[in-house]
Design a protein around this ligand. Structure first.
Ligand code: HAM
Length: 448
């Protein structure tokens, strides 16, 4: 095989047909559970004003500081690109909520989104520069029952996809922004005189975003943190009560969780409830999903104070888990019929036959080249078609056609005029891939 001249950019990958089946299956589960719970689909642009992410996610988070893909248009100054590819959905969806005056709608407004996100991360297993998320947002109302219900929707989806037993739900309450500010100050005070023992990265974080030290992976930092002030010391009573109620509701809904006082999440917009779905074997690394409450974000983006809550899951990580767990997804691309032909008359007849079969909802391929019948049969085998139809000069003359059952290796000759009903019966009406657009009342659209 020759070496390709071009490859996908680092950290990106093609989603080949075999993975599309997983994609479709996952999207279906998301749409189904989303609709059941009243969420509506939203699509926001893949790139936005970069300030939306800088303000929303936080200028001193990894996602913004290191991972934002900046986009410049021809008009803008290349030294300061005006736009960035979305690293996540939340900030863009909140921008849309404000821009379209959705405060006027009955609250909460509940959205879901599915699509690509971009983070200029160091690529490694489960960490890509372009990946897919599905995302849920609940904007405009605050109540612990909403937090529990959102977690329930995610749990249902992960259960539908048969990977829930591989995961644990980790949950914490990080208090209000005031309590976080007090902790940040206390952490900075605590580290006075100890900074030089911190790894360089964490020393910088201590200045810009001290909370990030709490989930540092650096061993030296972890040791120093042993006697450091903790979040729990600064959480206000209201947040404690809120957290207790969320947990009570989760228990009511029979959703197992692990309380994790160290969970802070890597985005600045969160307050109070935060949670993640961790892989039981690797823990925090490569979480399948995460989210939480963001009651100041809409205001930060220029709207009036509006509470919000949401979560997102990484689709590539979910596909990885499904494969590891041996979850099979239906293959909707199977070939039902392969039509082989020989001679100009047969070819003409087959063109019409292929069209008729496809219109009936039968996945049909035809070898319309000039290859021999034998090599056409080999092709049918490679495409793993269930049946092959053979139409040669003799059959055209006799008004017949041969049906070959590929798995059984048996064939029979029938009258050509009987072919459509015969095939329909052999495949079973319920297995046909017939598709008609229906209107709201369930009538076929073209029926009038
Ligand atoms: P996040 O934790 O940054 O949260 O991302 C959610 C999920 O996206 C992760 O758990 C992971 O599965 C997947 N993910 C993140 N980065 C990558 C990557 N580089 N490669 C592959 N998968 C990745 C958010 O994005 C928040 N917007 C969630 C949210 C919604 N909070 C409130 N509303």
């Amino acid at each position: 095989m020759s070496q390709p001249l071009f490859r996908t950019p680092k950290g990106t990958h093609d989603c080949l047909p075999e993975d599309q089946q997983y994609m479709t299956y996952i999207k279906k589960a998301v749409r189904h559970r989303g609709r059941q719970a009243g969420y509506k689909r939203i699509d926001t642009p893949m790139y936005e004003n970069r300030a939306i992410f800088e303000r929303g996610i936080g200028a001193h988070t990894d996602i913004v500081e290191k991972e934002l893909f900046l986009v410049s248009s021809k008009q803008s100054d290349d030294d300061a690109p005006a736009f960035a590819l979305r690293p996540e959905f939340t900030a863009g969806i909140c921008r849309a909520y404000i821009e379209h005056g959705m405060q006027q709608l009955p609250q909460p407004v509940e959205f879901y989104a599915i699509g690509q996100c971009f983070r200029h991360d160091r690529p490694q297993k489960g960490r890509y520069r372009q990946f897919h998320q599905f995302d849920f947002e609940v904007i405009g109302l605050k109540d612990p029952s909403l937090d529990a219900q959102l977690i329930q929707v995610l749990t249902k989806i992960l259960d539908d996809l048969k990977i829930l037993p591989r995961l644990t739900l980790q949950i914490n309450n990080i208090g209000t922004s005031e309590s976080r500010r007090a902790l940040a100050q206390a952490l900075q005070d605590y580290f006075i005189g100890k900074e030089r023992h911190l790894p360089e990265l964490d020393r910088a974080r201590l200045k810009s975003n001290p909370m990030r030290l709490l989930d540092s992976k650096e061993e030296d930092t972890r040791v120093l943190l042993k006697n450091a002030p903790t979040l729990a010391q600064f959480i206000d009573d209201e947040s404690k009560q809120y957290h207790a109620t969320v947990l009570e509701y989760l228990e009511m809904l029979e959703i197992p969780y692990v309380e994790n006082p160290l969970l802070v999440r890597g985005l600045d917009y969160y307050n109070q409830t935060v949670f993640e779905f961790w892989d039981q074997s690797t823990g925090a690394q490569n979480a399948v999903g995460g989210g939480g409450r963001y009651d100041s974000l809409i205001e930060l983006l220029g709207g009036s104070p509006t509470p919000g809550l949401g979560a997102a899951c990484g689709i590539e990580r979910i596909i990885w888990h499904m494969k590891e767990a041996g979850v099979q997804v239906p293959n909707k691309d199977q070939v039902d019929i392969f039509v082989a032909q020989l001679g100009p008359e047969a070819k003409k007849t087959c063109l019409k036959l292929i069209t008729d079969l496809r219109e009936m909802g039968i996945h049909t391929l035809g070898a319309l080249g000039e290859a021999s019948l034998k090599s056409q049969m080999r092709l049918a085998d490679k495409f793993q078609s269930r049946y092959t139809l053979l139409l040669g000069k003799m059959e055209v003359k006799n008004g017949t056609i041969i049906i070959r059952d590929m798995a059984a290796g048996k064939q029979k000759e029938i009258k050509f005029k009987d072919i459509l009903p015969t095939i329909k019966k052999m495949l079973g009406e319920q297995n046909l891939d017939a598709y008609t657009l229906k209107d709201q009342l369930g009538k076929e659209v073209d029926e009038d």
